[in-house]
Design a protein. Structure first.
Length: 71
């Protein structure tokens, strides 16, 4: 399966389309989903702004999405 989201994916669009990814945001202490800036920010920008590695977290987000879609 191709990755459902990338660094360029909009935070709020991802959260709306894939609600299960909220648990990944919470795990890393990211309040992105409730942040006013999230409407115009990409996953890569939002994650990096917190000093975290976007590649690692986006991989985890895609795994959660794949698991949800497999159900």
């Amino acid at each position: 399966m191709a990755n459902a989201v990338t660094k360029d994916s909009n935070i709020l669009e991802v959260a709306r389309k894939y609600p299960a990814v909220g648990m990944v945001f919470r795990k890393y202490g990211l309040g992105c989903i409730g942040c006013m800036v999230a409407a115009g920010e990409s996953l890569g920008e939002g994650i990096a702004s917190h000093g975290l590695n976007p590649d690692v977290i986006i991989d985890e987000i895609n795994k959660v999405i794949a698991e949800e879609e497999a159900k």
